[in-house]
Design a protein around this ligand. Structure first.
Ligand SMILES: NC(=O)c1ccc[n+]([C@@H]2O[C@H](COP(=O)([O-])OP(=O)(O)OC[C@H]3O[C@@H](n4cnc5c(N)ncnc54)[C@H](O)[C@@H]3O)[C@@H](O)[C@H]2O)c1
Length: 356
């Protein structure tokens, strides 16, 4: 390789995070995507985080920079992104980090990406329900998904922005309009409910939470969050009081954090952990690993509703198999009916937002 070309490539690589327009420059200077790795970095996937400078976005960006399955990490936000990007880019892990600031850089942030994680939006404040967030976050998700449809229509999308029960149907409508909708690739992240359920159940059983697997089905708000305590692994049983306590605590986990933070936001650190656990499962699926199964809110035929959260098998093309709910006890059957009623309204609200 010519020394001048090599030097130009090296400079472009080093300064990639400082000036996002370098991604344009790379094309012009023949710096191919395959070369955009830190030396010694292992081959991996290209991941973008939209809303990367936020309460969830920052720890999420840090944890994704530590993930060996990531080769390129794009951080996009409408504020504060250069600082977060410079900071994260000093970590001596394999992934190359680039920052993108503002709507005019959205397309550059998305182009070539294989997994998009979206925690952009406003979080819940005390006294605010998830539905109060609806109008602001619905608009943000619509704009970002229009960009995805245009720039990386084959990417897997992990949608975190609340209310997930409505933002996933919104994203689906945007992709349908653009002619790019693939239901297997749109995944509403409900992993935090599973993470909380595993933790709280482990506390009651006196087990290590890493040994506990609690399926959580339905959706991601209040009574739509339905932990299936009858299907916990390892097999165990709960008294009616324990069932009531655990179900309520899992359903109100978000409120517990909002109240404890007293005006300073909602769950961010546990959410970033859960988002990375979920993104890592998606990347292992993309890589072709067998038996990657996690819960997510997806297009589904498991109930009469068009979207529903159950366990799904993640593969090279996204959610390749959506599992059934499985046998329920009477407590869970009552919970399921309540969940479906509320879910139906939230899904409809999302669809109407786009159709109006
Ligand atoms: N799915 C879940 O389990 C779960 C859990 C907790 C929070 N959430 C949701 O995640 C979202 C983010 O929460 P947070 O605490 O990080 O909020 P935050 O306000 O700290 O961060 C949100 C970030 O999004 C950015 N943003 C706003 N508009 C944008 C746009 N158009 N494009 C790109 N970025 C944009 C903001 O600048 C900010 O940096 C909220 O909607 C919250 O309710 C979901």
């Amino acid at each position: 390789m010519q020394p001048a070309v090599e030097a130009r490539q090296r400079i472009a690589r080093l300064s990639a995070h400082l000036n996002p327009t370098n991604s344009q420059m790379e094309v012009n200077t023949m710096l191919e995507r395959v070369d955009c790795r830190a030396k010694g970095g292992s081959p991996g996937f290209k991941v973008a985080i939209l809303g990367a400078a936020g309460g969830i976005g920052q720890p999420l960006a840090m944890l994704m920079k530590m993930n060996p399955l990531v080769s390129v990490l794009h951080l996009y936000d409408v504020v504060n992104c250069p600082g977060v990007t410079a900071d994260i880019s000093h970590m001596d892990t394999g992934a190359v980090v680039r920052g993108f600031l503002g709507q005019q850089e959205l397309e550059a942030a998305l182009t070539g990406m294989e997994l998009i994680i979206i925690p952009a939006g406003v979080p819940r404040k005390p006294g605010m329900t998830r539905d109060d967030l609806f109008n602001i976050n619905a608009g943000i998700v619509k704009t970002l998904c229009e960009g995805i449809a245009k720039c990386c229509p084959n990417a897997i999308v992990n949608l975190i922005s609340n209310p997930v029960n409505s933002t996933v149907p919104i994203a689906a409508e945007v992709f349908k309009r653009a002619g790019t909708y693939d239901p297997k690739k749109l995944l509403g992240v409900t992993m935090l409910d599973v993470v909380r359920a595993n933790t709280f159940v482990a506390e009651v059983l006196g087990l290590d939470p890493r040994e506990v697997d609690v399926p959580v089905v339905g959706g991601h708000a209040g009574v739509t969050i339905l932990p299936l305590l009858s299907q916990v692994k390892p097999p165990c049983s709960f008294t009616p009081d324990e069932t009531e306590y655990l179900t309520k605590r899992i359903q109100d986990g978000g409120t517990e954090v909002v109240q404890a933070k007293a005006g300073a936001g909602s769950a961010t650190l546990s959410m970033a952990y859960a988002a990375v656990k979920y993104a890592d499962a998606c990347l292992r699926g993309l890589r072709g690993d067998a038996g990657v199964v996690e819960c997510a809110f997806v297009a589904s035929q498991v109930t009469e509703l068009p979207f529903f959260a159950t366990k799904v098998r993640l593969g090279r093309t996204g959610a390749e198999e959506v599992y059934q709910i499985g046998p329920l006890n009477e407590y869970e059957r009552v919970g399921l009916e309540k969940a479906k009623k509320e879910l139906a309204a939230s899904i409809q609200k999302g669809i109407s937002f786009i159709k109006k």
